[in-house]
Design a protein around this ligand. Structure first.
Ligand code: PEP
Ligand code: MG
Length: 596
């Protein structure tokens, strides 16, 4: 028998204000660019409860106990696998899951509801509704916020009861899936069929979270920090994702759909224009060749080499495979990856950057070592030189993976010549070891360095006697040059890469490299934005390496440009007291019809 009385009826959800039948618009933050219209898929599917009355109460008791056990174990596993790089909110949510899952009161209420004759599923829904109603009456905002976690947990419990997979990755997916979750790890995203995934929407997320990195690598738009998203979404809803503005629509009206379809068509047309340039050289109108390379880091990036027509990989971020894995990749796995990358590149050059860990790049399986200023702390080459085993293994894998080929290696975050010298010596020791063992190694080497710490820019004549090439990492170079955290949106707009001081710094590096006869490229975000790339070409940079999506737009800009005119313009403005030359460069580009 189902007891009535003060029990809250099933379906209470509707009365607590959540309607999943009306158009819903939200503003999030774009973490991976692109535009998509598709069908929502809840990463953690909601289970529809159909059977309410128990046929065998004893059996339902047994089921609820087992499901609660499984739920507790899975929450513990989630906490163990939690990405320590992103403590904040996700950690709080997981702890709150644990608090509810271990709460004796909650479990007792579930048992009581089953004892009244409900199925285990109906008992979960009923207790959810009751607790929900009680929490809605709370004035404490913290407790009200935790409502959300309780709903998630109830859903998890229902999935355990239904014997369903934890995520939708194993279920059949529509062809144009827009994946919706509170948050997810990079490996979870990679579980989905890439060909069917059109976009990802998250309630949480940040630009540097690993899932954002993977989405960018896959070329899938991702919008995060969308409040109330999971409550509002249902699998099958139409969803519009604008990875430029961060705007998101669920169940959009016909007008909105039409507007976005027009935007999508325009974008497709632009993409077709870029694709038509694929095999054309990146040469300016006055005949200066610019080498356009792409940045990569995962094997999923490799098909983009052919798709974009990039002339090689100017920056392979080797830490990414380490970051998206659940454990340290073995020597054999690393060797295979580097061999695959070189095979995919064929005759095109590939520059491998050794592990750039620390700062915001933390391994999920490494012991967290909190620092006051992680960006300025024990990271990248500093860590590699202090604990050389990891670097030695990595170099060993690169030497084996590049058998018979040219191997180009560079080091991250080098601050002075001695660090470069020590890192280079480590590579050379591994080469001699290989020779001693009579193994075939690479056919030739080039060993260079990133230039992303300002001090190194003032040591170039000495450095370039020893380094074979330079790659300017403007993301870090800018953050250290202006003393402005690259991930902090509050100061994001305050300093500009097109500031005269920054351009002067880059110009001096270009001059030093030219003087030493060593190649210099730029591989930071600056190279990926047409207006900034225009300035770099004007400063004499001949190689730019960028995210694959940027190759087309930057090539289009290069082919419309008179390099000497930009050079003259920048030379005339470099002593300007303005905070940025952006307006002047934009005006120049617009007048000369250069697409930026
Ligand atoms: C940079 O700092 O500009 C760079 C390319 O390296 P990352 O973005 O990986 O720190
Ligand atoms: Mg960097």
């Amino acid at each position: 028998m189902i007891a009535s009385g003060d029990l809250i009826p099933l379906g209470e959800l509707e009365e607590t204000g959540i309607r999943r039948d009306r158009p819903w618009r939200a503003q999030g933050t774009a973490f991976a660019e692109g535009l998509a219209i598709g069908n929502a898929v809840l990463h953690e599917p909601r289970v529809k409860v159909e059977r309410l009355i128990a046929e065998d109460v004893e059996e339902e008791r047994r089921r609820i106990e087992k499901a609660v056990e499984e739920l507790r174990a899975s929450v513990d596993a989630l906490i163990d696998a939690h990405d320590p790089a992103h403590p904040g909110e996700s950690r709080e949510v997981l702890e709150s899951y644990r608090m509810f899952a271990q709460d004796a009161g909650w479990v007792n209420r579930l048992r009581e509801a089953v004892n009244t004759g409900l199925t285990a599923e109906a008992a979960v829904e009923r207790v959810q509704s009751e607790t929900r109603a009680r929490m809605m009456r709370q004035t404490d905002p913290y407790l009200r916020e935790r409502l959300h976690d309780l709903d998630d947990l109830g859903n998890r419990l229902l999935r355990h009861l239904a014997g369903l997979a934890d995520t939708a990755a194993l279920l059949s997916m529509p062809e144009n899936a827009v994946l919706i979750a509170r948050n997810m790890g990079p490996a979870e995203l990679l579980d989905y069929d890439r060909t069917r995934l059109k976009a990802v929407l998250l309630e949480e997320g940040s630009p540097t979270s690993h899932v954002s990195i993977v989405a960018r690598a896959l070329g899938i738009p991702l919008v995060g920090r969308i409040e109330g998203l999971v409550d509002q979404a249902d699998t099958g809803n139409w969803a519009i994702v604008d990875g430029e503005t961060g705007e998101v629509h669920l169940r959009p009206t016909g007008d909105i759909q039409n507007a976005y379809r027009a935007k999508l068509a325009l974008r497709a047309q632009r993409q077709a224009e870029f694709a038509a340039l694929r095999d054309k050289p990146a040469v300016t109108r006055d005949g200066a060749m610019v080498q356009l390379m792409m940045n990569a880091g995962l094997s999923t990036d490799l098909p983009m080499l052919d798709e974009t027509g990039a002339e090689g990989i100017g920056l392979f971020r080797t830490e990414l495979p380490f970051m998206v894995s659940h454990r340290l990749p073995t020597l054999a796995e690393q060797t295979q990856l580097y061999a695959d990358v070189l095979a995919a590149a064929g005759p095109r050059p590939v520059v491998f950057r050794t592990l750039d860990l620390g700062g915001d790049k933390v391994l999920p399986y490494a012991k967290p070592d909190p620092e006051e200023n992680p960006a300025l702390g024990w990271r990248a080459i500093r860590m590699a030189l202090d604990r050389p085993v990891l670097l030695r293994y990595q170099v060993r894998a690169m030497l084996a993976g590049a058998r018979g080929r040219q191997l180009r290696i560079m080091f991250p975050m080098v601050a002075h010549v001695a660090e470069f010298r020590a890192a280079r010596a480590l590579v050379e020791r591994e080469v001699r070891r290989l020779e001693r063992h009579g193994h075939q190694g690479p056919e030739s080497f080039a060993i260079g360095t990133m230039l992303e710490v300002p001090s190194l820019a003032f040591a170039l004549p000495a450095l370039l006697k020893e380094a074979d090439f330079l790659s300017v990492g403007t993301n870090d170079l800018m953050q250290f040059f202006f003393a402005a955290d690259r991930g902090n949106p509050r100061i994001g707009g305050r300093y500009d890469a097109l500031a005269p001081a920054m351009l002067r710094l880059i110009a001096s590096c270009v001059a030093a490299a030219r003087e030493a006869g060593k190649p210099l490229s730029v591989c930071g975000e600056m190279a990926a934005r047409p207006l900034e790339a225009m300035a770099l070409v004007g400063l004499g940079v001949e190689t730019l390496s960028m995210s694959p999506q940027a190759v087309g737009p930057v090539k289009m800009m290069v082919r419309a440009l008179d390099r000497s005119k930009v050079t003259d313009l920048i030379n005339g403005l470099i002593d300007s007291p303005e905070a940025s030359l952006r307006p002047r460069l934009k005006e120049f580009a617009d007048t000369a019809n250069i697409p930026v």
